[in-house]
Design a protein around this ligand. Structure first.
Ligand code: COA
Length: 253
């Protein structure tokens, strides 16, 4: 069976590749569980000081949560999905005590962009496209996107991106401050390695403290997001949006 993620370690850097290229690396339960256990073990691994997260294949970083897995979920199952995912993966990465770099090698959509936003630094391939298209499925982002996007790009741009659901280019993402750098697609892993080398020059305990301090914002927006996300599973818009995607047609809202 295909491994949900590929892990390699070299020179104090751990390289994680999400490995479902035929499904554009969509986050299914197996990928989420593998990310959970891998980050848990990397936290204890003294040989590792920086983590790079990327997608396998040329087309996608991650094209979102796996729509086919949650299309028939109830409100309670939907709440559980995002609550577990946030706790085990998204918040774990955001609070991870070693720098985590997202190397966005292609589409970063929905849960994929939320995953990149949970990382501490983001490098995008010039060919990447980024967006939170959940409203086209009758949903809202459920893995912290409504909270992290406004922090990175401001409320005005976050409103535009989330309410239109439209993708932006890597160049636009750089202008918005959504990514730290844009490089030619063929250079993305090389650039991530260069950034990792820069990070390795500094004191790890100070970096862990910096991450903890920077991420110490509070507010109940994350909880409200989960509740609103789950409540949308009982709406006509959600049924129409997900059925349209699965049947490869345009939704009619
Ligand atoms: N969940 C489940 N499957 C997905 C997926 C997702 N989020 N994103 C892509 N896939 C699957 C497609 O169903 C397709 O599977 P198939 O070959 O078995 O039919 C395969 O990945 C390739 O995707 P496809 O849509 O054929 O590629 P494309 O180049 O025509 O389009 C996208 C690329 C990214 C524009 C399109 O896949 C897309 O819109 N994906 C969903 C994005 C989204 O809404 N994400 C938010 C989820 S909350």
């Amino acid at each position: 069976m295909e491994q949900p993620i590929l892990l390699a370690k070299a020179d104090r850097v751990a390289w994680i590749k999400i490995n479902r290229p035929k499904k554009l690396n969509a986050l299914n339960a197996a990928v989420l569980e593998a990310l959970h256990s891998t980050f848990e073990s990397l936290e204890q691994d003294d040989e590792v000081r920086v983590v790079v997260l990327t997608g396998n294949g040329e087309k996608a970083f991650v094209a979102g949560a796996d729509i086919s897995e949650f299309a028939s979920f109830s409100k309670a199952e939907a709440y559980n999905l995002v609550a577990e995912g946030q706790k085990n993966v998204f918040d774990r990465i955001a609070q991870f005590p070693k720098p985590v770099i997202a190397a966005i090698n292609g589409y970063a959509l929905g849960g994929g962009l939320e995953l990149a936003m949970a990382c501490h630094l983001r490098i995008a391939a010039a060919t990447a496209a980024l967006g939170l298209p959940e409203v086209s499925l009758g949903l809202i982002p459920g893995y912290g996107g409504t909270q992290r996007l406004p922090q990175l790009v401001g409320r005005g741009r976050a409103m535009e991106m989330i309410l239109t659901g439209e993708m932006i280019s890597a160049a636009q993402a750089l202008e918005y401050g959504l990514v730290n750098a844009v490089v030619p697609a063929e250079d993305i892993l090389k650039t991530a390695a260069q950034w990792a080398s820069k990070l390795l020059k500094n004191a790890p305990q100070a970096q862990a403290a910096a991450i903890q301090a920077i991420q110490a914002f509070s507010g109940d927006g994350y909880e409200l997001e989960k509740q609103l996300f789950a409540a949308l599973f009982e709406t006509e818009g959600f049924k129409e949006g997900t059925q349209a995607f699965l049947n490869k047609r345009k939704p009619n809202f």
